[in-house]
Design a protein around this ligand. Sequence first.
Ligand SMILES: [Zn+2]
Length: 136
Amino acid sequence: MHEFSIATAIIEQTCAVAREYDADTVTEVHVVIGAHRQVVPEMLETAFDAAKCGTIAESATLLWRETPLRAQCAQCLAAFEPAEVFWRCPNCGSNRCNILTGDELLIKSVVLEQSKEDGATDDRAPDEDAPMSKPE
Ligand SMILES: [Zn+2]
């Protein structure tokens, strides 16, 4: 199940971004999944929900968009959507084709939330580290 390692990587990157922006929570993670990656979005979502536990992205929702597999013939530059793994250009029959889209798997955007005011000018100590909040 490679969805789990993908989900773990997504969470790691998301947490790195959240730390960079000093965010408290991550609410949404938008990803783009290429059809060529053969990722089952529902399985990725399940893996994401497992991987996010105990991280800053614990309450984040995974939102995805799939991009279709598109290839371009290196010979005649015709673009097409291959149906099989070993494709040929439908225009000239060449098998020298490059993937245009469908091979990507990336984080498009991350929605962060900050509970503390940024740049607030009060006299309180800058780092009042609250202990991990636990239910009463
Ligand atoms: Zn061609």
